[in-house]
Design a protein around this ligand. Sequence first.
Ligand code: BEZ
Length: 397
Amino acid sequence: MDYSNKRRQFIKGSALTIASGAFSGLLPRFGNAQSSKIKVGFMLPYSGTYANLGVGIENGFRLFVQEKGGKLAGREIEFIRVDDESDPSKATDNANKLILRDKVDLIVGTVHSGVAMGMVKLTREAGILHIIPNAGAAAATGALCSPNIFRTSFTNWQAIYPLGKHIYSKGQKTAVWVTWKYGAGDEAGEGFKEGYISVGGKVIKELAIPFPSMEFQSVLTEIAFLKPDAVACFFAGAAGAKFIKDYAAAGLKGKIPLYSSFLTDGVLDAVGTDAEGIESTAHYGDSLQIKKDKEFRIAYAKAFKMQPDAFGVQGYDSAQLFAIGLDAVKGDISNKAGMIVAMENAKIDSPRGVWTMSKAHNPVQDIYLRRVVGKENKVIGIAHKALADHARGCKMT
Ligand code: BEZ
């Protein structure tokens, strides 16, 4: 990693962008008077398999702002939403709606790694503040890292890397990896394999289906045929719920233990007992003995009449991070360099536990081991303390 001269280069880069006129439509944004509202644009999935993740992120963000009386650093906040449909082919158009048409001050998005990569290409060029509240694409805080881009969730590698060691410690020496074939699935697969193989595990087969297919029959038939000691997977959202149910219906539950990172988040009400006992690694879970988490869960349940999950926490922390930046410049959003310094040095008092920002702008955080017990992803230990992503290729230019 090379972080030298990053701020000088960021300023130079912004000037170049403005001079080139490529984003000249953005200029009025920098001039938003301090008395006017600050515009926050949510570019999230509100339809499709990741819809609940998008809603959770927005809820979490709004909750923090509500707790501050609807204002951050004394400035009122206006929200604008775009449904990105988890469709990478629409990422540029959707991001431009918020950047060029609505002239938002901050863009918050998104869930799907492929869509996030489309956003990052625009936001690093435009220099607009961008908080990624979920998508784990490595390049966003790796080769394409940028001073104006921050992530409050995880990298796909980070969330699952510690899982392999746990599986192997249970005497399960062979595994099948199964995923959706797109960036997040590929990167989660690399993270899983790195951890599992490093302690002696053998991945006997890697299976994949296209995103966002929920046709799991062919992979389940193959798993039954291969009879590995364990199955590890990356699926999430509505499809995660269906995978859990199909796994049980195929007679595999209780025979071949199923593991994951986000398979069981936000779906436990929908799947009943089919998820019981599934173990996973992630940066959040239920039954954490953390005061901040207890307060957050009560407030979230009161505001939205439902229990929060990891995605709600990511939205809440995105708002916390933004507020830290805004407070540092007393609400003067045009002082972006000042906001960035404060956000880089932020120590986030999160419901997941306190975390800090890496130099590449990705959380350095504990990764928990969880087991489904009833309707909870119950935390049963810490799988890896203060885990940082490799941030490969990050140069902050
Ligand atoms: C991703 O595309 O990066 C992602 C989506 C859902 C959960 C976790 C990661």
